[in-house]
Write a protein that binds this ligand. Structure first.
Ligand SMILES: [Zn+2]
Length: 97
């Protein structure tokens, strides 16, 4: 389920509480979230930690380094579960078809 950014702050992302309630109501629960970092590594920012969920999972994508990191969040503590590189070569292979 995709939700829109509620902030106009450059580099910022804000979900509205009503969007979260709507998502939770439509699903059996919220497993986690995904967002990208256009100019920083795929580590949680201070805003992610202080303004993000208390518990759950998050996947952060580093657009410059082409790396995904999967985090488990427990009581605002973020633990890295897995990181993996994004292989862009398949994008170019698809263009050859
Ligand atoms: Zn972030």
């Amino acid at each position: 389920m995709r939700k829109h950014n509620r902030t106009t702050q450059p580099g910022g992302f804000l979900l509205a509480n009503k969007d979260l309630r709507e998502a939770a109501a439509r699903a059996s629960g919220i497993w986690g979230s995904f967002h990208s970092h256009p100019i920083s590594e795929a580590d949680p920012s201070n805003g992610d930690i202080t303004g993000g969920p208390r518990d759950g999972h998050a996947i952060i994508y580093d657009l410059i380094g082409d790396e995904f990191r999967l985090w488990r969040i427990s009581r605002y503590k973020w633990d890295l579960l897995k990181s993996f590189d994004f292989d862009r070569s398949w994008l170019f292979e698809a263009e050859d078809d």
